[in-house]
Design a protein around this ligand. Structure first.
Ligand SMILES: NC(=O)c1ccc[n+]([C@@H]2O[C@H](COP(=O)([O-])OP(=O)(O)OC[C@H]3O[C@@H](n4cnc5c(N)ncnc54)[C@H](OP(=O)(O)O)[C@@H]3O)[C@@H](O)[C@H]2O)c1
Length: 348
């Protein structure tokens, strides 16, 4: 084990030797994610070195590793848009050696090496100290998906959503963002309607997380009228495309729709009717580029009033770095349920 409490960190010790990483080479048809051995000089620069305990699989990770989406902006890069681990080396006074930290977004697996490696080197301003109530495994289980869910809930409530106004709908409900959004919204006292393509298999799961009702995408009967009956006090959308357009048209007056994802498409076709006749808000969610101050504040909330209550249920799989390449396909197919953790050192 590495000497995390060593006054000089581990800079001259084991870290200089080689370590395992899942590195992505190329994109589109030539994308190739494979296990390699790296050394410290291979990692992108930064003032903090983290021994990675856990990472996770997000839809974006699957897009990057399979080449189905253009996520990486340079090659090769270690994959993994989030990580949780222990600081083993730091040149920044605010980030002490031995700190337990989480990093989500901030260019991981986009412009700099990510969490699918035994070590990561990142800039200090990307590093978030763990709230006392979360251990490293829980922080990774929340990860980018949970941070995006928290940002969506925060933005909905900040724009007026309160309990008792009516149902809040969550699409892509069985995914990582959807599952954690349901948990957080239910914990906040909202009546949650979960929309899924997996009603046959996932109804019990979604109710356990706190959904009051589970409906299939087909059941919603998406039409193309300029306005639908006003049903939702709020919405968290992970799909984009026709679903996002329909959510805007079926939102209550002064209600809000948080646009988080594009699992079904990146297009948005809408008239201005939801906005000028009902005062509906369309709220953007960008977890990766959230500024430092709100990022820290939101992680504090994730450790307190937004803390998911069913993380053990939401984590449906744990894979090793070696098993990771085989785990991406189900995210692309949309057959995934909940969060998949990637065990690196496995410390908690
Ligand atoms: N804006 C941000 O900061 C941010 C952060 C994280 C994630 N995201 C985005 O949010 C979305 C969800 O992310 P995630 O990590 O939760 O992904 P995920 O775990 O792969 O879940 C996505 C879910 O969407 C549904 N789905 C998948 N493919 C679909 C399709 N073709 N048509 C309709 N539904 C489909 C499925 O749920 P059901 O079967 O239950 O419908 C699936 O489980 C992704 O688009 C991701 O890129 C954005």
């Amino acid at each position: 084990m590495l000497p995390v409490d060593s006054p000089r960190g581990v800079g001259d010790a084991e870290f200089v030797q080689s370590f395992d990483a899942l590195r992505i080479h190329g994109q589109d048809a030539s994308a190739d994610a494979r296990l390699v051995r790296l050394s410290r000089d291979d990692l992108s620069p930064g003032d903090v070195v983290i021994r990675v305990a856990w990472s996770g699989i997000n839809y974006k990770d699957a897009l990057a590793a399979t080449g189905k989406g253009r996520i990486l902006r340079r090659f090769p890069l270690v994959g993994g848009v989030d990580l949780a681990g222990l600081v083993v080396e730091s040149t920044h006074a605010d980030v002490p050696v031995g700190a337990r930290v989480v990093v989500t977004g901030c260019g991981l697996s986009e412009t700099r090496d990510g969490g699918y490696a035994e070590f990561a080197r990142v800039p200090a301003d990307a590093v978030v100290p763990l709230p006392a109530s979360l251990d490293l495994r829980a922080a990774a289980a929340i990860g980018t998906a949970g941070f995006a869910a928290a940002l969506a809930v925060h933005r909905l409530e900040h724009n007026g959503l309160a309990t008792g106004q009516g149902p809040v709908i969550v699409t892509g409900a069985t995914g990582g963002v959807g599952s954690i959004a349901i948990d957080m919204l239910a914990r906040r006292g909202h009546e949650v309607v979960a929309v899924t393509g997996k009603t046959a298999t996932a109804g019990a799961y979604l109710r356990e997380l706190g959904a009051a009702r589970v409906v299939s995408r087909e059941e919603l009967g998406l039409s193309d009228r300029a306005l639908e009956p006003a049903r939702w006090a709020g919405a968290v959308d992970n799909l984009g495309g026709a679903m996002l357009s329909w959510l805007l048209r079926s939102c209550q007056p002064w209600g809000s729709v948080a646009s988080v994802g594009l699992a079904a498409g990146s297009d948005l076709s809408t008239s201005v009717m939801p906005f000028i006749l009902r005062g509906v808000n369309l709220l953007g969610v960008n977890s990766s580029a959230t500024l430092r101050e709100p990022r820290l504040a939101l992680w504090k909330r994730i450790g307190s009033d937004l803390a998911p209550r069913h993380l053990d249920r939401i984590v449906t799989d744990v894979v090793s770095l070696q098993e990771l390449p085989g785990a991406f396909a189900r995210f692309i197919e949309g057959s995934n349920t909940g969060r998949t953790l990637v065990r690196i050192s496995g410390e908690t």
